[in-house]
Design a protein. Structure first.
Length: 340
C-alpha cells in the first residue's frame, strides 16, 4: 500500500503546510496534510495546491465525538484560567453552546468530490458507509488507533490500514474508545505485535520514533511504514511557530508530559509552566481548545513559551533542523548526524 517507509505526520494548528507535504513527496516519502481546525474552504484550497504538485499525499481529519462532556467542570476550568487571561491581557471567550464538529460533514463532502490517495482519521472512525464510499473513489482509509480493541473496531468499520500510535507520540492522543485510560507501558514493538493479533491490515508505527534507528526498529517489528511528526517540526517547510521552534532547540524543557490543559484532550508536549500548573484540567475537547486559544496566541506573540502548547514526542531531543529532504535523508540513514 505504501511506496515509502517514512510518513510525515499531519500536525494540525500550523506545522503541516502544503510545502511540507510536497517536500516529503519530492523526497520520495508520503506527507499528510492536517485538516483539523481548518474550514472546508481553506482545506479545499490547500488540496488544489497539492493536486497541482503531482506528488502522492494524504489528508487527516478529526472525527467529532458525540459523547457529552461535563460542562460544569469546563466552566470551573474557565474560572481557573482567568489569571492566565490577565497575564496576557486578553479576554476569555464564552463557552460555545452548540457542538463543534470541526466542519466534519463539509470536509467529508470535499473528500468525496475531490478524492485523495490517502485519508487518515483521528479521535474516532468514519462510518462504515463513509469508509466504503471513500474506498470506492480510490482512497485508502487509514484509522488511528492506540489499542488492539480500537484496531478491531477500525477494521470492522472498513479501514484499509491502521496507524498504531504509542503514548510516546507528541500532540494529541488518537484514543477514541476510553479517553481516560492510562497509557500502556509496553514499547511500540509490543503494541504493534498486539495489534497484529487482531488485524492483518497494514500497520503504520507512530510515537516516539525520532531517528534512523527508530525507523528501522519499527519496520523490523512488522510496520509497513513509520510515521513521524516531531522529527519534522524544525523543518524549513514546516509552519511551526517561532516560539515552538526555539523551545525545541533551546534545551530549556528537558521533559515531556501528557496534559489536557490546552485542549481538554490528552496530548503530549514539553513540560512548560502552563502544563505543570494545570495538571487538573478536565476532559472537555474541543471547548477547552477554544477557551485557551487566545491565551496561546497571546503567549506566542509575546515570545513566551510557557503559555503555548509545545507539542513534542518523547524523542524530541533528537529533532534536527534543515530541509525536509535533509531530515528524511537522516531518518533513512543515508547522511551524517543531525544538526541543531
Amino acid at each position: 500500500m505504501f511506496s515509502s517507509s517514512i510518513i510525515v505526520a499531519p500536525m494540525a494548528g500550523g506545522p503541516s503546510t502544503p510545502e511540507l507535504v510536497v517536500a516529503a513527496g519530492q523526497a520520495g516519502q508520503l506527507g499528510f496534510l492536517a485538516g483539523g481546525y481548518k474550514t472546508a474552504e481553506a482545506l479545499a484550497g490547500q488540496l488544489d495546491r497539492l493536486a497541482d504538485s503531482g506528488v502522492p499525499f494524504g489528508v487527516n481529519l478529526f472525527v467529532p465525538d458525540p459523547r457529552p462532556v461535563d460542562q460544569q467542570a469546563v466552566r470551573g476550568y474557565r474560572e481557573k484560567l482567568r489569571h492566565e487571561a490577565a497575564r496576557y491581557g486578553i479576554r476569555l471567550p464564552e463557552l460555545a453552546t452548540e457542538p463543534d464538529t470541526d466542519a466534519w460533514s463539509a470536509k467529508m463532502d470535499l473528500l468525496f468530490q475531490q478524492p485523495v490517495p490517502f485519508a487518515s482519521f483521528a479521535f474516532g472512525l468514519p462510518s462504515a458507509a463513509e469508509a466504503r464510499r471513500l474506498r470506492s473513489l480510490g482512497t485508502e482509509v487509514i484509522a488511528s488507533v492506540t489499542t488492539p480493541v480500537e484496531a478491531g473496531a477500525a477494521a470492522a468499520a472498513g479501514a484499509t490500514a491502521l496507524i498504531v500510535q504509542h503514548a510516546n507520540a507528541g500532540g494529541h492522543s488518537a484514543a477514541f474508545l476510553d479517553l481516560d485510560a492510562k497509557p500502556g507501558k509496553a514499547p511500540l514493538g509490543e503494541l504493534l505485535a498486539a495489534v497484529r493479533q487482531v488485524s492483518k491490515l497494514p500497520l503504520v508505527a507512530a510515537g516516539g520514533i525520532a531517528d534512523a534507528a527508530g525507523v528501522a526498529a519499527a519496520l523490523d517489528a512488522g510496520a509497513s511504514a513509520a510515521q513521524l511528526g516531531t522529527a519534522f517540526l524544525l523543518a524549513d517547510e514546516a509552519g511551526t511557530r517561532a516560539v515552538h521552534r526555539a523551545a525545541l532547540a533551546g534545551g530549556e524543557y528537558p521533559e515531556t508530559a501528557r496534559t489536557r490543559a490546552f485542549s481538554g484532550r490528552w496530548a503530549r508536549g514539553l513540560a512548560n509552566r502552563f502544563l505543570l500548573e494545570h495538571r487538573d484540567a478536565p476532559n472537555g475537547y474541543p471547548q477547552i481548545h477554544h477557551l485557551t486559544s487566545p491565551i496561546r496566541a497571546a503567549a506566542a506573540a509575546a515570545g513566551d513559551p510557557d503559555g503555548v502548547n509545545l507539542w513534542a514526542g518523547t524523542g524530541f531531543a533528537k529533532t534536527s533542523s534543515g530541509s525536509t529532504a535533509e531530515i528524511i535523508a537522516r531518518l533513512s540513514g543515508s547522511s551524517g548526524g543531525p544538526s541543531r
